[in-house]
Design a protein around this ligand. Sequence first.
Ligand code: ADP
Ligand code: ZN
Ligand code: ZN
Length: 748
Amino acid sequence: MTPPDAEAPADRCVAVAVPAPILEPLAYRVPPECPVPRAGCRVRVPLGNREVTGLVLGPTAAPEGVALKPVAGVVDPPERPVLPPDLLETLRFLLDYYVAPPGDAVRAALPAAVTERPRAPTEIWVAPAPGARAAFEEGALVRAPAQRKALETALAQGPLPQAELARRSGVSAAAVAALVRRGLLVAEERDKEPPPAPAAGFPTTPPPRLTPAQRAAGARVAELIDGGRYAALVLFGVTGSGKTEVFLRAAEHALSRGRSVLYLVPEIGLTPQLAHALRQRFGDGVVVLHSGMPARRRHEAWEDVRTGRVRVVVGARSALFAPLASLGLIVVDEEHDAGYKQEESPRYHARDLALVRARAAGAVAILGSATPSMEAWWLVRTGRAELVELPERVGEGALPAVELVDMREEFAETGEERALSRRLAAALRETLYRGEQAIVLLNRRGYTRVLLCRACGEAVGCRHCSIPMTWHRDGERLRCHYCGYARARPESCPSCGSIHLADLGSGTQRAEEEVAAALPGARVARLDRDAARSPRRLAAILGGFARGEIDVLVGTQMIAKGHHFPKVTLVGVLSADASLRLPDFRAAERTFQLVTQVAGRAGRGDRPGRVIVQAFRPDHPALTAAAAQDYRSFAARELPGREMLRYPPAAALANVIVRDPSPARAFERAETLARHIREAGAPRVAVLGPTAAPLARLRGEHRVQLLVRARRRRRLSAALREALFRFLGPRRSMPRWLVIDVDPQQLL
Ligand code: ADP
Ligand code: ZN
Ligand code: ZN
């Protein structure tokens, strides 16, 4: 271990994010023989009795009277940071706003940044300049055939090392150099890397002719990209309106201006069609980042992005931290999706951080959805984002007709507890008779929902959590959906010993069974997290359905996401109002989104679609608005409600959970923390609680909740930070029993 020595001069100290649960970066001094590394460089530093790789966040003042430990070594050349400045700024915002330990952010966001690899030497790369294509098409350089040939190759294949372009086009290096002088190619120093494989040439399937609405949207986006400044757009387009095509054109436009592109999707495994379209459009210049990627491949992709070999990145929320240089466009596809929220530390929201990064990069951010989140709508309403609309489906396709079925009446008339109404069963038969396909959504996996004792009224619950367990027919076990605990079905009630146990409610397994029973001979399959355990299984189910090998697909919200199956003409939604009964201020919004999105899967081909929504309360405004596919009327009701009750997005909210095996200690700690937050935030920050969290016990620990609320978001996180520092004292290490969730997506 290096002994700490004398105080360092003020300008030779750096703040370093280290992989440890400490709430602040640590200060180190830079030894005199070493140049001061810039923010965004990786360094080796002593931590306890280890040496670790950390990320320099910037210079810092030397704390008085404290002898700092020295930086042990630099990983990156001190003047060449590994991260672009806009990404660093985004990380700083994340640490501050979400009250996250720097180490968590660095580790979760930059898996590759902590691994080391020596830098490659550099070489000169060339790429077509903006306007080069137009010049080529107008017949430029007809008198200089070698240059024209080289330009043609560059246009077809994208950025290449200078020498490689000369070789591939069979011309001299001088011809390529002349193009650079003419300003038709731009040259740039990059790390030496193997050049990309030759592209197959211009795309084989020509992109479709844009609809007028798509053209207008695209023109506006292009205009903003050309402006070269930060702008935020909400692209509100009904399902099937062709939002993807607008995103692809915007991406092409950004690339043609020498800017790179980040394309975020909620879940990469659910969008194989998109990855395919992007590869077709951008060939080798795109990487798809996904969680199933082996670490090595991930690191390579990260390096490809960092060195500029790849200029388009597609991926789920963590792709937000891709080290793209000169970022010009960020697309957040299906921005309303809960998948953008990271539910472990650092608990960030990728949609919100996308705006932060776009601002730092001077880029355009587009938030796209058929059902914009209240947060996105609020941005529009408060003038912080511009609204662009695609009000109609592409082609002839009209939005499907939606019918609501009242399950109270169904029960009164049949006297049976069935998942499937008679109307839906008949519609399924008709659909299959016509050789078409159907989707049935039930957002609850398992077979039955609860096993209830008829004698004492207790549901069979999890040993470790305060929730009932779900019966799964496959595997014949009761399972806890929160902690995964599984047990055999008890013969008698664990509370009172009665043998009268009743199966109540339905999950996807039972729905699948009922659908199959109603449709003898039909090919019925299920899509939920149990059926699609691996990305391979998921791809197999989606592929089988796309190829027509499955007639009816029964599943959870996984089937509601961006898929495009032209032969689906019927969508059924079971227990559409189940999610309305959750203790969450977003219950109505979630229900509206889910029903609208899944309804949007119907009739995307040339035949009209039909949607049947079953509910016990079909008159709930969220359901009637979804049935009318009327987002505006839903938002017009929902947003004022949030304002009145001071819920997000009209106010800032944080969910603080203290967990402990002892409920008394959890309450005591929460009480102390609440006092600190009240003091730090007075008078603008309100604290509700402590109370037992709705999910009062999880994995054997008791959970006590504080809800912290303020008008302004920055004030809320500043108060939380300060309170936490007071609570923790000088050590500032984040206790593992504490969860701070700023802008929570669920309040359980
Ligand atoms: P959204 O994401 O808005 O629900 P998609 O982007 O999936 O809609 O587009 C729906 C379908 O329409 C896709 O198959 C897409 O290829 C097709 N499409 C998009 N734009 C056009 C167009 N201008 N002409 C013809 N087909 C189009
Ligand atoms: Zn009992
Ligand atoms: Zn459990």
